[in-house]
Ligand binder design. Structure first.
Ligand SMILES: Cc1cc2nc3c(=O)[nH]c(=O)nc-3n(C[C@H](O)[C@H](O)[C@H](O)COP(=O)(O)OP(=O)(O)OC[C@H]3O[C@@H](n4cnc5c(N)ncnc54)[C@H](O)[C@@H]3O)c2cc1C
Length: 432
């Protein structure tokens, strides 16, 4: 059901976390899986959410995949992008251990295309490959000075990755972060935790158009981040030593809606001004780069992987893939789903040589978009119950460290939240 049609959406993330936390605490023990082992070799590019999920579901079918990972640890953007105050590293370590317990082997510091090629893998007897390489590259702001290599200028994903490794990658007191999505929110909140006292977010539209989660915006504000709306950068400025000294910006106003449906920002002539600052972090999106190791036949003009949305298969039948490298920057749950679908298709391909979707895939498509919830005429449901909320640390405490901000729902609140479920699946099942 589209969230919010009748009521505030069910806190599904909080409920799943409640169960996962119990499992991590040892209070719920998953049934041990001992599938009969299969001999086929399958390679996975990337130990991010898509790759780990693919390895997990292959493992459940008895296939012990080998994951080739360019970095020194698992998790992809979940570990080197999302800060630990939102997603503790212990959770990623626990999930990775579950994947390894099913037989997957992860070869760290091994980049496909640099250390080993796909042809090498074919020569070593790998029968199928799943590509979960993510969207690692920054995108440009297209403004003067951004390519000058100035000290204290750093793309958001690099800043977050270095902060995740325990570094303080930029210095100073005043920082300007450019962007309006979750990555920008993570940058401003991380900058606060790294000791920047004057943290500024610059976005070219208004808060209503910001793609970041409302909760992220609220928590960033509580942590003292200054929001500057309707501003766009035009030049990164530096002093004589090549250190960032300011960001020249233009003020904007909103014009007609663009293709995304959001009102287009239009520059106000003669409105230039310089915001003095010690560091600049552009956080306006990431780019894919699968052309670095895949044949052109499966690469789009945006350097994303071209794969079937349901099966993950490309037009090179033994190559599958999904997650951010196929969709562009997206969200965890869709990367995990892509890994799961990819594993199912790989098993089918190994068994039959064919990947045509089965009835269960069609069932999933049907349940995703049942078209049963028209709001006209309105349904006779009052729709007033709110989500249960989990406790969070106070803003002045949380900016002191990278400790997790939100703890999970208590058992009583989790039960209460689960009771809010309207059980819409029954309507769907009746309609089928
Ligand atoms: C700062 C930030 C905050 C985010 N916040 C959220 C959030 O709050 N909620 C949410 O749902 N999503 C969030 N996301 C998005 C989410 O992290 C991604 O959608 C998800 O991680 C994508 O998973 P993936 O496996 O497709 O790619 P990635 O997580 O990018 O993993 C790809 C892996 O492949 C490896 N790799 C790449 N190329 C090669 C190669 N040639 N050889 C070997 N290994 C390779 C990389 O090192 C990486 O480990 C955020 C992303 C960022 C950057």
């Amino acid at each position: 059901m589209p969230a919010g049609n009748l009521d505030e959406a069910l806190a599904i993330k909080g409920l799943k976390r409640f169960l996962a936390d119990r499992e991590m605490e040892g209070k719920l023990t998953p049934k041990p899986l001992t599938p009969p082992p299969r001999p086929e070799k399958v390679a996975i590019v990337g130990a991010g959410p898509a790759g780990l999920s693919c390895a997990y579901y292959l493992g459940r079918q008895g296939i012990k995949a080998t994951i080739f990972e360019a970095q020194e640890g698992p998790g992809g953007m979940a570990a080197y992008g999302i800060p630990s105050y939102r997603l503790p590293r212990s959770v990623i370590a626990h999930e990775t251990a579950r994947v390894e317990a099913l037989g997957a082997v992860i070869r760290y510091n091994t980049k496909i295309g640099r250390d080993i090629t796909l042809e090498d893998l074919a020569g070593q007897g790998y029968k199928a490959v799943f590509v979960g390489a993510g969207a690692p590259g920054p995108t440009r702001m297209n403004c003067k000075g951004e390519d000058q290599g100035y000290e204290n200028f750093m793309p958001g994903v690099d800043f977050l990755a270095r902060a995740a490794r325990g570094e303080k990658p930029l210095n100073g007191n005043r920082v300007a972060v450019v962007g309006g999505g979750n990555v920008a929110m993570d940058c401003v909140r991380t900058a606060r935790r790294l000791g920047f006292t004057d943290v500024n977010l610059i976005y070219r539209r208004t808060e209503a158009e910001m793609p970041a989660d409302a909760l992220e915006i609220k928590e960033a504000r509580e942590e003292g981040v200054h929001f500057h709306m309707l501003m766009a950068p035009i030049e990164v400025q530096a002093d004589a030593d090549g250190k960032v000294s300011g960001l020249k910006c233009l003020r904007m106003e909103l014009g007609e809606p663009d293709k995304s449906g959001r009102r287009r920002p239009v520059p106000i002539e003669g409105s230039e001004f310089v915001m003095a600052c010690d560091a600049v972090i552009p956080a306006i999106g990431q780019a894919c780069a699968v052309d670095q190791f895949l044949p052109q036949a499966v690469v789009s003009e945006w350097n994303t992987l071209v794969a079937d949305k349901t099966t993950g298969q490309t037009n090179l039948p033994h190559i599958f893939g999904g997650g951010d490298c196929a969709t562009g920057p997206d969200i965890l749950i869709r990367a995990l789903a892509a890994g799961k679908n990819g594993a199912k298709s790989i098993v089918r391909y190994l068994d039959t040589g064919d990947c045509t979707p089965g009835p269960e895939d069609l069932m999933e498509t049907l349940t995703e978009n049942p078209a049963l919830f028209e709001t006209d005429p309105p349904l006779p449901y009052p729709g007033v119950t709110r989500q249960e909320e989990a406790p969070v640390l106070a803003p002045e405490t949380r900016v002191q460290s990278f400790d997790e901000v939100e703890s999970g729902l208590s058992p009583a609140r989790a039960r209460q939240e689960a009771n809010r479920c309207l059980r819409c699946y029954r309507i769907l099942m009746a309609a089928l």
